[in-house]
Design a protein around this ligand. Structure first.
Ligand SMILES: [Zn+2]
Length: 234
């Protein structure tokens, strides 16, 4: 079997307790067979000039016990790095917990991750955005009904600089990060945008509507001020 320099050839080793996926790569500059584990936890054998795939396979198999021990350590280290992280969810820092090589949980939710990956921001963002899309529009409908208002459309978007907006076409857009803030703050932002259906500005008349509809406005505004960095975290 020819070994492609760029992509390599994948194989499987029989370990003491598991089967181990491995990649073989040719490197004409290498002087000997080299076995290592890359950043994603994939074992790789480098085949030197004049080396062969069968020889590389035998070489890897000879070191399979060493490899298994190293992989076990790699997984433990990855799990530790993941389990030291937290994600802000509904106003609380929630711990990430490694469930398996490919699943990480936070609270009642889980995300899929590539083995060995410790930077989970992209996966967390995707998951939280999805949760926000499920949760925020029904909440807007509830609060709109409470205040006798109607909304044409609610979109849940990825914005770095604002929590929400409201258009003259009665379309409200909300930042998915509202899934990260306390319920009180989420409701405040929604009510704030709803009140723009009555006043499309930040005049004193507008703020009167807001304070009437949402008496805990100062508390919510304070939280947003103190936690403005939430907009930049994920
Ligand atoms: Zn406003």
């Amino acid at each position: 079997m020819p070994v492609n320099l760029r992509t390599g050839v994948e194989g499987v080793l029989e370990g003491e307790t598991s089967r181990i996926g491995i990649t073989f790569r040719k490197n004409p500059r290498a002087r000997r067979y080299i076995l290592r584990i890359n950043a994603t936890g994939m074992p790789t054998v480098t085949i030197p000039r004049g080396g062969s795939l069968p020889e590389a396979g035998k070489f890897a198999q000879r070191h399979v016990a060493w490899l298994e021990a190293r992989l076990k350590k790699f997984k433990e280290r990855t799990a530790t790095q993941v389990d030291e992280q937290k994600v802000l969810f509904k106003g609380e820092p929630v711990a990430l917990i490694t469930v398996s090589d490919t699943r990480v949980a936070f609270g009642a939710h889980t995300i899929s991750v590539a083995p060995g990956r410790t930077d989970l921001r992209a996966q967390l963002k995707e998951k939280l955005w999805r949760l926000a899309k499920m949760e925020l529009p029904p909440r807007v409908a509830e609060l709109a009904a409470e205040h006798g208002l109607s909304v044409n459309r609610v979109s849940v978007r990825d914005q770095r600089s604002r929590w929400g907006s409201c258009s003259v076409r009665k379309q409200i857009s909300l930042n998915w990060r509202l899934i990260q803030v306390p319920d009180l703050v989420r409701d405040y932002i929604i009510v704030h945008e709803l009140m723009h259906l009555r006043e499309m500005n930040h005049s004193s008349r507008f703020w009167k509507w807001v304070h009437e509809a949402f008496p805990r406005t100062p508390e919510a505004e304070r939280w947003l001020k103190v936690n403005a960095l939430v907009l930049r975290q994920l």
